[in-house]
Write a protein that binds this ligand. Structure first.
Ligand SMILES: CC(C)(COP(=O)(O)OP(=O)(O)OC[C@H]1O[C@@H](n2cnc3c(N)ncnc32)[C@H](O)[C@@H]1OP(=O)(O)O)[C@@H](O)C(=O)NCCC(=O)NCCS
Length: 319
């Protein structure tokens, strides 16, 4: 099936991973340099699925060679734009727009897809740009923040935890965590960005992906924890962490039940996660946070995280 648009866009299924290799190598270098992330495992998945002809997406060709690519994944009613990258030597807003436009259009034509989400950290400037299906699009500014583990350890606040028991993450926490996430994100801006945060069923899939797949790094048990109320045994807070490079940690999730905020539990879980990464010899820890989530940004800045990159989350609905 040919999906070429304007001559130099082609279906990813026509390519072999070897055709994409220079692009994947370059992208791996960029992720390392800009975010300190090791992109190898994500690139490995792209190679594998491209060779199986199992990845939906496009490549942008210049004299027959790919200079950009994008891929998508379908999750029931939702289309996820997994990645979109244009080689720096061939980068232009126009090239990126063509790839983005074709990818979003293809998702919109996919049966059952009612919603499209993406967070493209390497995409060029978004503001003032004519984005595809703009009528159906909402943008959310996000901060990529980093913490330098050369900073002295944070002060312990054991009094914050007198009413809760912090347990290292274990398989049995999946179910209480899947109920805690929708409660913590009810009416929250992040549940507009990721609709998996709205129901236990979605949260279960989110947790499964975070623990099993390398998109957000490899799951890091020692930094991940669940806080339970000592009296009732109810789940009150959760921290999930991963390793995004050998020496770089990432906070993939931090949330506290609405009735338990302001007790210092979020701070303590974050502090413990940072200490677990320090114990492993990591250099830095990163996280992403919605810029409008003032409480969380305040917490991260207060402990010493700094915003080093801004990007946008995209959500298309109502097409
Ligand atoms: C963000 C969140 C994890 C903070 O957890 P918490 O247990 O309430 O935070 P703490 O009580 O440990 O607060 C620690 C510090 O964070 C800051 N802070 C926390 N919430 C804040 C708020 N709403 N406004 C301003 N500052 C806030 C304060 O500076 C506080 O320092 P202090 O104790 O010295 O005053 C919690 O509000 C939450 O779960 N929110 C919903 C989910 C979410 O947004 N998660 C982050 C996604 S990136």
């Amino acid at each position: 099936m040919s999906l070429s648009t304007g001559g130099d866009l082609t279906d990813l299924r026509y390519l072999r991973s070897a055709d994409l290799e220079p692009l994947l190598q370059e992208e791996t270098g960029l992720w390392r340099q800009r975010f300190d992330w090791d992109f190898q495992s994500s690139a490995g998945l792209v190679r594998r699925f491209v060779d199986q002809r199992a990845l939906d997406g496009f490549a942008l060709l210049e004299r027959g060679r790919p200079v950009g690519y994008s891929y998508t994944v379908q999750d029931e009613h939702k289309g996820l734009l997994g990645d979109l990258y244009v080689s720096r030597a061939h980068w232009s807003l126009d090239r990126e727009d063509r790839l983005l436009g074709a990818t979003v259009e293809a998702l919109m034509r996919t049966p059952w897809v009612r919603r499209i989400e993406t967070q493209l950290m390497t995409l060029g400037p978004v503001h003032g740009r004519a984005l595809p299906a703009g009528r159906c699009l909402r943008l959310f500014e996000r901060n990529f923040m980093q913490y330098d583990l050369a900073l002295p350890p944070l002060r312990e606040r054991p009094s914050s935890l007198t009413r809760v028991e912090v347990e290292p993450w274990a398989e049995r926490h999946q179910e209480p965590a899947a109920r805690l996430i929708p409660a913590a994100y009810a009416g929250h801006i992040d549940s507009q960005i990721n609709d998996q945060y709205r129901h236990p069923e979605g949260a279960r899939r989110f947790l499964h992906n975070i623990v099993q797949y390398p998109g957000c790094g490899s799951f890091f048990h020692p930094g991940s924890a669940m806080a339970m109320d000592r009296a009732t045994g109810e789940a009150c807070a959760l921290a999930l962490t991963s390793l995004v490079a050998e020496d770089i940690g990432h906070i993939t999730q931090l949330c506290v039940a609405p009735g338990r905020r302001g007790e210092g539990i979020g701070y303590e879980l974050l502090r413990r996660a940072l200490e677990a990464f320090r114990g492993l010899g990591c250099r830095k820890v990163s996280l992403t946070v919605t810029a409008a989530n003032r409480g969380a940004v305040a917490l991260y800045e207060r402990v010493g995280f700094r915003t080093v990159h801004r990007f946008c989350a995209f959500v298309w609905e109502g097409f």
